[in-house]
Write a protein that binds this ligand. Structure first.
Ligand code: RI2
Length: 318
């Protein structure tokens, strides 16, 4: 049975695909909210019809961006909580689940921030990569503890998302030095920590994050600077427990080079992977709302949270 997707859900999906809505936690929050919107908008006259609408909406959301596992984890949460024998009870359970998911998300980020802040000392300088609300939650909590921090912010080509980080840090009165990505190693001797987020964390402790993270981690290790990943448990990728790999999103070449410049250069291939994989041996700690983990032991938390299975309940009956 084909379901009908509400235009407002299509709009959220388009915003995620275009990165108007971006950042793994923000995407998860928007996806859960969109399922609630779908539940409210559905004019299904039977439970099967209602479920078909919900599956169709989830499919549209799922197909937007492939790497941030927080998105399917948000869909899974709502579908696993959706219960009832009437359209109204199903609708209500979906809306309640989406709200519960969103408030858990907020709490998780606050708790994670408190834990990550414990790693930061008064007077520390932190180097950031891209823009991660989980990473910034650690800095915010440290500031609330009365610690003074400064930051070296990598601009993070191609979309310069470091600018968003710089703006947020300035709102908190943190002194910011903005650098191009290629300058990172030169500045590592001046920083006490490297702090990054994650779009997904694999069962072996690999961190999938914005392109450039892995090179930064290798340099940090070489310079002896500790590097931590701030990642709520919705970033843990259950599929990797059963051997699946995380798909790396390839984005439009136009984000890297404009048409005119490209034409001037001549025939070239341009590639634009949005993420890379940092092996666990280059990461000191993964900080979640459930505590701080050495990357290699994150699998114990994943088994506890997801079991061995990687169900995809939003896909519906075959
Ligand atoms: P929070 C972002 O991806 C960055 O890679 C960032 O580190 C990660 O999501 C996590 O962000 P993109 O959506 O969930 O900008 O910590 O491509 O906000």
């Amino acid at each position: 049975m084909d379901g009908e997707v509400a235009p407002a859900v299509e709009a959220v999906a388009a915003d995620i695909a275009d990165m108007e809505i971006r950042g793994a936690a923000t995407i998860a929050r928007a996806a859960a909210g969109a399922l609630a919107t779908q539940a409210k908008a559905s004019d299904a006259d039977s439970p099967d019809r209602f479920r078909a609408d919900m599956h169709a909406a989830a499919g549209v959301l799922y197909d937007t961006r492939p790497t941030a596992v927080s998105l399917p984890n948000a869909l899974r949460f709502v579908f696993q909580s959706m219960d009832g024998t009437t359209v109204e009870s199903l609708r209500q359970s979906a809306v309640d689940a989406a709200e519960r998911f969103q408030s858990q998300l907020e709490r998780a980020q606050d708790d994670l921030g408190e834990i990550g802040a414990n790693r930061l000392r008064d007077g520390d300088t932190v180097m950031t990569h891209c823009h991660s609300t989980d990473a910034l939650a650690c800095i915010e909590a440290a500031l609330e503890q009365g610690k003074e921090l400064s930051a070296v912010v990598k601009e993070t080509r191609p979309r310069n998302q470091g600018h968003i980080t710089a703006e947020q840090l300035r709102e908190w009165d943190v002194p910011v030095t903005l650098i191009v990505d290629g300058a990172a190693r030169r500045y590592l001797d001046e920083v006490d920590h490297v702090l990054v987020g994650a779009d997904a964390v694999a069962a072996d402790g690999s961190v999938i994050n914005k392109i450039g993270t892995s090179g930064l981690a290798v340099s940090a290790r070489e310079r002896g600077v500790p590097i931590m990943t701030a990642a709520q448990t919705i970033k843990l990728h259950p599929g990797t427990l059963t051997g699946h790999t995380v798909e790396i999103e390839m984005r439009d070449e136009a984000e890297v080079i404009d048409d005119e410049t490209r034409a001037d250069i001549g025939e070239i291939t341009v590639e634009n992977p949005a993420f890379d994989v940092t092996p666990p041996r280059y990461m000191d700690a993964i900080v979640t709302e459930r505590g701080q983990f050495p990357p290699e032991s994150i699998v114990t938390l994943m088994r506890e949270l997801f079991g061995e299975a990687s169900a995809r309940p939003w896909e519906g009956p075959a």
